[in-house]
Design a protein around this ligand. Structure first.
Ligand SMILES: C[S@@+](CC[C@H](N)C(=O)[O-])C[C@H]1O[C@@H](n2cnc3c(N)ncnc32)[C@H](O)[C@@H]1O
Length: 307
């Protein structure tokens, strides 16, 4: 791992077992992060398997370019959003891939860098953008939304029942000029709903999750990625999707079930083994789902049968 950019990859062995990378194959890593999954696929597909790896975070891209330099031409690292995967693959000279891995969400380096503003446990600006080169920060988004729109965001993306009171509290802090940092947001939520005695979970947890998802349009990105899977996979190509919360897993599950051009390989999601959960706390909420591209010759028949 690069200094200062350490991310422990989740469910790597399970992903490799499903992908079965082979020499000569072409693979996509839609969420490069620290580069662990990409490196594992490159190692498993030596001597000449290739990976096109994408991340919207310029820092992840820069770090991975250094970390993966040893693989030379076998890896292309691109800055971009995975909703744009077909165009990114084309830019890298490929129209389809033999396999794809997407490990959705934020990386440890993003969470751990206070300046990124993702974590309420660290003092930082209210930013939360994965791509720091564009888009609105969390503070700008809060300032733009009405109180009821903010409550809707907190309810939908945080599954937070007390969203109205929280939105009111945040709005009040903003208007009083007391909303600039992660700590200001945490305190605004705490003032609005209190902290149940003995509760280990900070009452701002769901609000932070909701704002992060909204700032990065995470669910729309995931839907767009799912929508292009059948187009970018070769016949019998495999997609492996790892997600970390129920909103994401629901999208993956429903999409895979409803896409006749994909054959679901995981009736139930795979979860990390006991040892991995013990070694890496952050892996505990991971769910892995996989699907195989139905050969194109069968597309019409499959669609007709499902109509
Ligand atoms: C959990 S980390 C991936 C870790 C990686 N699999 C590894 O082994 O190190 C998720 C990464 O996906 C990136 N990401 C999230 N949403 C994205 C999107 N819509 N487009 C491109 N990258 C995205 C984040 O910036 C983050 O670096």
């Amino acid at each position: 791992m690069m200094d200062g950019f350490a991310h422990t990859s989740v469910m790597t062995q399970e992903a490799l077992q499903l992908l079965q990378p082979h020499s000569g194959g072409v693979y996509a890593d839609a969420t490069l992060g620290g580069g662990g999954h990409t490196a594992a696929i490159l190692d498993a597909s030596a001597p000449d398997g290739r990976v096109v790896a994408v991340d919207r975070d310029p820092r992840a891209v820069a770090n991975a370019r250094t970390r993966l330099a040893q693989y030379g031409e076998r890896v292309r690292v691109l800055h971009g959003e995975f909703s744009n995967l077909p165009a990114l693959l084309t830019a890298a000279g490929h129209s389809r891939v033999d396999g794809l891995v997407a490990d959705i969400g934020v990386s440890s380096p993003q969470l751990d860098d206070a300046q990124r503003g993702f974590a309420f446990s660290q003092l930082g600006p209210l930013d939360m953008r994965m791509d720091t080169t564009q888009g609105q920060t969390a503070l700008e988004l809060i300032a733009e939304l009405s109180e009821s729109e903010l409550a809707d965001v907190i309810y939908r993306f945080g599954e937070e029942r007390r969203s109205r009171a929280i939105a009111r509290g945040i709005r009040r802090a903003l208007e009083a000029g007391e909303l600039a940092t992660t700590e200001d947001l945490r305190m605004a939520v705490q003032r609005a709903v209190g902290r149940p005695p003995g509760s280990k979970i900070d009452p701002a947890t769901r609000t932070f999750q909701a704002l992060r998802i909204a700032v990065n349009r995470e669910l729309a990105e995931l839907e767009a990625l799912m929508g292009c899977l059948a187009d970018v996979l070769v016949d019998d190509g495999i997609a492996v999707i790892i997600s970390f919360h129920s909103l994401e897993d629901r999208i993956v599950k429903h999409f895979l079930r409803g896409e006749p051009r994909l054959h679901v390989l995981t009736k139930r999601p795979l979860v990390p083994g006991e040892q991995e959960q013990y070694d890496n706390r952050r892996s505990r909420s991971a769910k892995l789902r996989a699907a195989k591209r139905v050969p194109r010759a069968q597309d019409d028949a499959t669609m007709e049968a499902q109509a």
